[in-house]
Design a protein. Structure first.
Length: 491
């Protein structure tokens, strides 16, 4: 009898009543976590200590599992919450992932329990339908004709960049998919042009795609750290003379380092002149499109070939949730070319027409759109626009504050919610400036009140804040400046 193989364990692990109790245990802790707006940075735990703490929470009864231990569950959740960056805290100014809108977490919980992977309509019906709805909703801010463009979701901006560049490469070199990278060896070697501050995932994609990281043509930046349009043409001409066949230009809408926005309308002209695929890495900054006030920063977005847009950054939903748009719907089929009879039917019907498995890398894919769509369904554009506008204004105000401090220097005018600056007290020697910023960042992190990051700007380290929480005010930023001064005095 197969039933004899079952102990009470399976009954317990799948019991609905116990599930509810577990959820309540977790919920009460998460409620406290979300309500806790104390100023907290990062408390880095020694990994060996954390490993011991995690081990101590594991059942020791290997053969016969112990009865369910609610306290053990509570302790696991407590440890999980405690050891992460406190992304909801006003002290969190360090990275681009956000303290999520809590409702999005609730919907993600639903997604985890109902488990509807969304590359295929039959597995995730609502996710696939609302993906199309969100594509139309967000395209209102891009401006393509309904029915002519495509949008898929994918697991992160890095994968979206890779997927778009794959589509671009396959358009330029149609033989590579079937016959491999020998097809890339011709008199002119394939290359990608990027702004010098481009995210590392683009260089990584060039390595993966057989183009090679060394074949990246780095375009110089202007004073605002955007691609310098006037200097781009001569650099592209020189690349051609050196035997490179640049087939794709990658622009950034919100660079990782300083949040700069390339001039898409001007770059689109260059792309058209040279028949380049224009991809926009908008992982960070595409979300500014939802604000009527800030949308002009992406002027020309309607002329690009593809756009990567992380909703898990500036649309405040759990990671990952990335949207990859293609101006031409047909181009979305260009990244992958596959037959697999167990999932892809030759004849589409009304259901399989919504499948995205042929367009995204993942086979099993999280129904990530559900969080974004639910927030959009309930709050509409306004929630996002209000939060983004606040964060960008806060960053402007923080910039104005830094400008007024004689012992600090700004290194760029912030365009969005990222700002880099340096602490340079008058006793600091020029040769020590970079190392000092790194030391300050480490001390601030160790101090436990604020979490900030560091980035090299023009080869010299700078402090970096990313404003992701609307609970952060200029007073908090002023406190941070005070902590930086204090940290600077530590030996
Ligand atoms: C401009 C830019 N592109 C791409 C990425 C990578 O996105 P993800 O972390 O979602 O893979 C980032 C992440 O910080 C980014 O800032």
């Amino acid at each position: 009898m197969t039933e004899s193989l079952q102990s009470g364990l399976l009954v317990e692990a799948f019991d609905a009543q116990l599930f509810r109790e577990n959820a309540e245990t977790v919920l009460s802790r998460l409620e406290k976590h979300v309500a806790d707006l104390s100023i907290r940075g990062l408390e880095l735990t020694d990994p060996a200590r954390l490993r011991r703490a995690a081990r101590a929470l594991m059942t020791t009864e290997r053969d016969r599992p112990a009865p369910f231990d609610e306290e053990r569950l509570a302790a696991i959740v407590d440890l999980y919450i405690k050891t992460g960056i406190q992304v909801h805290s006003p002290g969190y100014m360090g990275r681009q992932f956000s303290g999520v809108v809590p409702l999005a977490g609730v919907i993600d919980f639903v997604s985890s329990v109902v488990n509807q992977p969304s590359s295929f309509y039959e597995a995730g019906q609502l996710p696939n339908v609302v993906e199309r709805i969100m594509a139309d909703e967000l395209n209102r801010f891009i401006g393509w004709d309904p029915g002519t463009f495509a949008m898929i979701t994918t697991s992160g901006g890095s994968l979206a960049n890779l997927t778009a560049l794959l589509a671009a490469r396959n358009r330029a070199f149609p033989g590579v998919w079937a016959r491999g990278s020998s097809e890339l060896e011709g008199p002119a070697r394939p290359a990608i042009a990027v702004g010098d501050d481009v995210h590392y995932s683009v260089a990584r994609a060039a390595g993966i795609l057989g183009i090679g990281e060394d074949r990246i043509v780095r375009l110089p930046l202007d004073a605002a750290r955007r691609i310098d349009v006037a200097r781009a043409r001569p650099v592209l001409d020189a690349a051609e003379r050196q035997g490179l066949n640049v087939f794709c230009l990658v622009a950034s809408a919100g660079t990782t380092s300083v949040g700069a926005f390339d001039q898409l309308d001007e770059l689109a002209v260059i792309a058209r002149e040279r028949d380049l695929w224009l991809h926009v890495d908008g992982a960070h900054g595409a979300s500014l499109l939802v604000s009527d006030k800030l949308r002009p920063k992406l002027r020309g977005i309607d002329q690009v070939d593809s756009l990567a847009w992380d909703a898990h950054k500036m649309l405040f939903v759990p990671a990952p949730c990335t949207l990859l748009f293609y101006r031409d719907a047909k181009a979305s089929l260009g990244a992958f070319r596959q037959t697999a009879s167990y999932v892809f039917d030759e004849q589409q019907n009304i259901y399989t027409a919504l499948d995205s498995g042929d367009k995204n890398f993942e086979c099993t894919k999280r129904p990530m759109i559900m969080t974004l769509w639910t927030l959009w369904a309930i709050y509409g554009q306004a929630l996002f626009a209000e939060k983004i506008e606040y964060l960008c204004q806060l960053t402007q105000d923080a910039y104005a504050l830094v400008e007024k401090q004689p012992d600090f220097e700004t290194v760029h005018v912030p365009e969005a919610n990222i700002m880099c600056f340096r602490y340079r007290p008058d006793w600091l020697e020029e040769k020590d400036v970079a190392a000092f910023q790194v030391a300050i960042r480490d001390r601030i992190k160790g101090g436990g009140n604020f979490f900030i990051s560091k980035v090299d700007v023009d080869g010299v380290a700078a402090l970096r804040v990313v404003m992701m929480n609307h609970q952060v005010t200029t007073e908090h930023f002023q406190m941070l400046l005070g902590e930086i001064r204090k940290a600077g005095q530590e030996k």
